[in-house]
Design a protein around this ligand. Structure first.
Ligand code: GLU
Ligand code: MG
Length: 433
């Protein structure tokens, strides 16, 4: 039997697309890759092709990265997966390669502050089968019923070279959450893709279907992606924490956080980019409805996470901020690239730490919010896209054609669901994510 390796990219749609090649060709493929088509980036999550400046023209290469992927055993079936970089035939990173866009954001951060970003993506997802269990939010039985799935998943995560942290039965029906330890740089987003794909494959192995759709039922909870972030300096020392800083944030963290919050409305179309994402991003959903900073508060777009350690050095190792305005309709690479650029803008502009909020923001008037530099985040994908497209500063962070091409992609996705009511939209997204 021919062993195949699937090389993929997690593209604008947040889906992993690629091609498979015989494993014995790996050495050659690590150099030459597989052929790739520019217009593929305009395939939406509903398999329609949005307006593409490339049309039927052009050729690219999708080159597997030996350091990003997994081999997973499911019974007598072996899955081999590698993430790749899309390059031009001349060998340059392609302007629309999500991984290249993240690398360029990370490079900006490094040249500004001489730090590397550590990230851990926390994922919530739901198994699609009917659950007869009621009242199993964080429940023991809710976990036990899926223990074989959870154990197999954690095994595969370890096999992939990642470090599992924890897994649990989340609050929603058939909802679970998996957490891994942080990875440096581009590998943080790679790990997010790997975890998503392992969840899907492990679920299939047990005859289940996993969905990461941002929300299945507006009457219930959403599936969030929470990105935990901290920084390492050149000596691998953690530099996100300063015991004297506001809420423990170092000056770097504070400016980075302020940048994310300032530009959050303008990057939301990249971090929570589905036509149902806004159903999750509402007050009282423990997600992210305003551009607020929370100190250990789960009703915040950006949360300063708790630390359990006591001594300063250990606190510094643990200290991180968590961006909650993200979902799995987004490519982790693209979402993270946008967040880093916003943070870098905060550093470049010398923004200072915003004050954490500690009340129900939904009770404040728009004026009261405004005096505290707070806004309600865009309440539809159309509105979020408008904020992105109309922001010269956001456009300046990306290659010239990136925002128009991305906007055309999302416009086709919006048109696909335009005539659907909320419940039909949720079903459509549950099928594709
Ligand atoms: N389900 C919530 C979300 O959509 C998060 C709940 C939590 O883990 O704090 O982000
Ligand atoms: Mg959770």
């Amino acid at each position: 039997m021919t062993n195949l390796i699937f090389v993929g990219t997690c593209d604008f749609s947040g889906k992993v697309r690629g091609k498979a090649f015989p494993a014995k060709q790996l050495d050659k493929r690590l150099v030459r890759g597989v052929g790739w088509t520019p217009t593929n980036v305009q395939i939406t999550c509903f398999d329609e092709i949005a307006d593409s400046p490339f049309g039927a023209f052009g050729d690219l290469l999708l080159v597997p990265d030996a350091k990003a992927g997994f081999t997973a055993q499911f019974g007598d079936r072996t899955e081999r997966f590698m993430l790749g970089n899309i390059i031009t035939l001349e060998g340059e990173p392609w302007d629309f390669c999500t991984r290249a866009l993240l690398v360029s954001a990370l490079d900006r951060l490094y040249s500004l502050s001489r730090v590397r970003l550590l990230t851990a993506f926390e994922h919530e997802f739901q198994l699609k089968g009917e659950s007869s269990l009621i009242g199993e939010g964080y429940g023991r039985l809710g976990f036990e019923i899926q223990r074989p799935f959870c154990e197999k998943l954690m095994d595969q995560i370890s096999e992939a070279g990642l470090i599992p942290d924890s897994i649990m039965k989340e609050y929603g029906p058939n909802q679970y959450e998996v957490v891994i330890r942080p990875e440096v740089g581009v590998h943080g987003a790679d790990a997010a893709v790997i975890v998503r794909e392992l969840v899907r494959s492990t679920a299939l192995y047990f005859g289940e279907f996993a969905t990461f759709s941002p929300i299945l039922d507006p009457a219930s909870v959403g599936n969030g992606v929470h990105i935990h972030m901290s920084f390492l300096d050149d000596l691998d020392q953690p530099v996100a924490f300063d015991s004297e800083g506001p809420c423990g944030m170092s000056e770097l963290t504070a400016s980075f956080a302020a940048g994310i919050l300032k530009y959050l409305d303008r990057i939301l179309s990249l971090t929570a980019p589905s036509a149902i994402s806004s159903l999750r991003l509402q007050p009282h959903r423990w997600s992210a409805a305003y551009n607020n900073l929370g100190f250990r508060d789960r009703e915040a777009s950006l949360r300063i996470c708790p630390v359990t350690k006591r001594d300063q050095a250990s606190i510094a190792q643990q200290f991180n901020i968590e961006c909650r305005a993200v979902d799995a309709a987004a490519s982790p690479h693209l979402a993270l690239a946008a967040i880093i650029h916003a943070g870098c803008q905060g550093i470049e502009d010398g923004l200072v730490a915003p004050s954490p909020t500690d009340e129900d923001l939904s009770l404040l008037s728009v004026e009261d919010l405004a005096t505290r530099h707070l806004i309600r985040l865009p309440e539809s994908l159309e509105a979020a896209l408008d904020h992105t497209v109309n922001s010269p500063i956001v456009s300046s962070w990306f290659p010239e054609q990136f925002i128009p091409v991305y906007a055309a992609h999302k416009a086709t996705e919006i048109a696909h669901v335009a005539a659907m009511d909320t419940s039909a939209r949720c079903s459509a997204y549950a099928k594709t994510y």
